[in-house]
Design a protein around this ligand. Structure first.
Ligand SMILES: Nc1ncnc2c1ncn2[C@@H]1O[C@H](COP(=O)(O)OP(=O)(O)OP(=O)(O)O)[C@@H](O)[C@H]1O
Length: 324
């Protein structure tokens, strides 16, 4: 169920001190101010300067001025978020940002000895994430949306506003006379998200007035089902792995149902090699595994930036350049 901002803040009980990921935008401004009011002296603002646009310095200056007015310590982390080919500037910034948060979380004797970090995504962001996942044909992991909490080292990460409508946050800021800055590049580098926001969400509101609740519920169902798939993949890996070789045994794979084969093959490629196979590659691999019934049967299939080949009774994945 969607919550009011006050309800969400009442339900939020992180271990303190708390770091709030503060961009200067509306959502994280509301979260920062409300947290600082709830736990005076126990909240630190964390601002990441991506250095990506001329406006980055203005964002940082805005954050400094708000924090100094409210007496909230501010930790600024400068990162270099340059997009690699095939990556949007937004993705590069997000990856650099989470790396910076993780680094802060790992620092034992950091000047900010925070126990938790809160990030301000809300219910509309969650729906956008799920719609983006549907748009690229994602599996259950993508359809699960963003998790409400997770742990890294000793630090707990939270998204306490996932059930709060975005409008409610801006209304709260206006009512409390608190400022925020808008991202001038929104229209460019957040094109798809903005398009979803301006074109899709109003249409969804008309057709499914409860969509913020119901889409979030579907995402939770997907997350639960995904955790079962992960458990099953771990269990199947224990029977499929050939004597601690980190390679799957072909006969053991053949004994599994097609869906379980895909599930455990995906786990093998991802956890052992950091490779996410395309659905078509996985299907082809399964076909080749099924057809592999004679001694001389060869398997050779491109997956990710390498190849899956047959090695005796097992499958092996090797990077393209190490194959000679
Ligand atoms: N530069 C940054 N420094 C610290 N935290 C950030 C920064 N950018 C984003 N975040 C955190 O990640 C969350 C999601 O960021 P995103 O850019 O997707 O949303 P947003 O709509 O711009 O949020 P906000 O309105 O708070 O800026 C933010 O709410 C904030 O908690």
């Amino acid at each position: 169920m969607t919550q009011s901002f006050d309800q969400a803040m009442r339900a939020f009980e992180p271990a303190l001190p708390l770091g709030v990921a503060y961009s200067g935008g509306a959502d994280s401004s509301a979260l920062l101010v409300a947290c600082a009011r709830k736990w005076p002296g126990q909240v630190v603002a964390i601002h990441v300067n991506h250095g990506l646009q001329a406006a980055a310095a203005d964002f940082e200056a805005h954050c400094r001025s708000v924090c100094s007015r409210l007496g909230i310590p501010l930790h600024v982390e400068a990162v270099h978020a340059h997009a690699v080919p095939g990556q949007s500037p937004e993705d590069a910034a997000r990856i650099a940002r989470y790396k910076a948060f993780d680094a802060l979380a790992q620092m034992e004797c950091a000047e900010v000895a925070i126990k938790s970090i809160a990030i301000a995504q809300h219910a509309d962001d969650q729906v956008e994430t799920v719609l983006l996942a549907l748009g690229r044909g994602a599996g259950l992991a993508g359809l699960s949306g963003m998790p409400a909490q997770w742990q890294r080292g000793n630090v707990h990460f939270f998204r306490p506003l996932l059930q709060v409508a975005g409008d409610a946050l801006q209304q709260w800021l206006v009512a409390n006379n608190e400022p925020w800055v808008s991202d001038p590049t929104n229209a460019d580098h957040r094109y798809t998200r903005n398009h979803i926001r301006s074109a899709l969400l109003p249409a969804l509101q008309r057709v499914f007035p409860q969509f913020l609740d119901t889409f979030a519920r579907s995402a939770r169902h997907a997350a639960e089902a995904e955790s079962l798939l992960v458990e099953m993949a771990d269990e199947d890996w224990r029977t499929v792995e050939r004597e601690a070789t980190s390679r799957p045994d072909i006969r053991s794979l053949q004994a599994l149902s097609p869906a379980r084969q895909s599930n455990v093959l995906r786990r093998w490629l991802k956890l052992e090699h950091g490779v996410i196979p395309q659905a078509s590659q996985l299907l082809e691999l399964r076909k080749q595994v099924q057809a592999c019934t004679t001694r001389g049967h060869r398997i050779h299939l491109k997956v990710g930036n390498g190849f899956v080949t047959r090695r005796g009774a097992t499958l092996e994945w090797r990077q393209a350049e190490s194959l000679n």
